[in-house]
Design a protein around this ligand. Sequence first.
Ligand SMILES: [Zn+2]
Length: 402
Amino acid sequence: MGKVTRTIKLKFVKLNRCKAQLFEEMTVENTRIANELLSLPLQERRKMTTAKIVSELKSALVNQTIRHTTSPTGRKTKQYKVLPVEVNNQNWKLTKKGDTYSISFPTTRGEKRVPVSVASSHWQSVLDGLLEGTIKGGSFKLIKHRNKWYVYLSVIEDVPEITTETKIGCDRGQKNLAVVASKKACGKFFSGREVMHRRRYFQKRRKQLQQAKKFRALKKWDKKERRWMDSINHTISRRIVRFAEYQNADVVIEDLEGCRKTMKQSKKSRSDSGQSRYSWSFYSLEQKLEYKLALKGLKMIKRPAPYTSKSCCTCGVIGNRKKHHFNCPNGHYHNADLNASRNLAQWDGFSCDLSLKQGVFVMDSSDLNHGLLGTAPNFMNTQKERIEYIQLSLFDPTLFGG
Ligand SMILES: [Zn+2]
């Protein structure tokens, strides 16, 4: 059984002004304690106990604050602007009366029970799971966002481990934000055309705001763009997961880390935000895909990026890519993105084993023009656990002119 942790957001319903004020005071007090703790050296912070801190807050809450200041993030912090109150899993309780869920926890004015609402039916099952005990609740944070108060609750779910039969590849790009395909069956395309258009619009307005020096509005605008990108990534990842579930397959994606450095893009297309590879949050798509797959018991597998878009998915020979056309010397034609995702799907098929880390080094250092086959055997590694697969073309790439 695997475990997946995620955070669900619950909104307080019909929160009266009195309680909102109470939460506000608690947050201010919590921030004050945290900042006071930060003035102490780390050694002493570690020895701090709740008995030494004078505060209206319950010791369970103060304890959580002490922990935060000694945690890796707390250690790096110089000063907290706002540190939300955190309640650990032993100090809150979820109850249900009729159709209303309520959460009770200690405040400065005693234990309070406050009704919360679920934003989507999707989360209803999580709350029911918490009540039945099939899902474990972690700590929660009391967070104010746009003048409304929320509970950010982390929940730990058990997910079944599934033995998959196949793999599907997922290629990410500009023209198609994602293309998923298995070895032979037809693929699924997520076109990036509308996204490209909308991003240009975002960029245009951003420029205007910058020139007018309206920085506050600019910040708002950026947040708006990010929210929009997030929602699209949620949609795409959800649909990919559905596709993977249907095929009972794990998803293989390219390891894009360092792709900004190695993959060249002209200055002109970089400055056009519709095309720039720099600002689309592929990383966020990756994260969302990973946890959504994990919830279904499926895996996300990363493979090094080079060659996936350059070799033919039918015969493995290095071919020629021009925009979205891919032609291989043996006469196979594919859509370039589909070709890449099929390559990813069958990556482990035509390969020879090398240590992954060193393998990537080989890939990085060897350009297509300097033959790869001559160098590869030197990097063979016998270490059993760390062996991963690297795809190598069986033909000398220089013969086909890259
Ligand atoms: Zn071919």
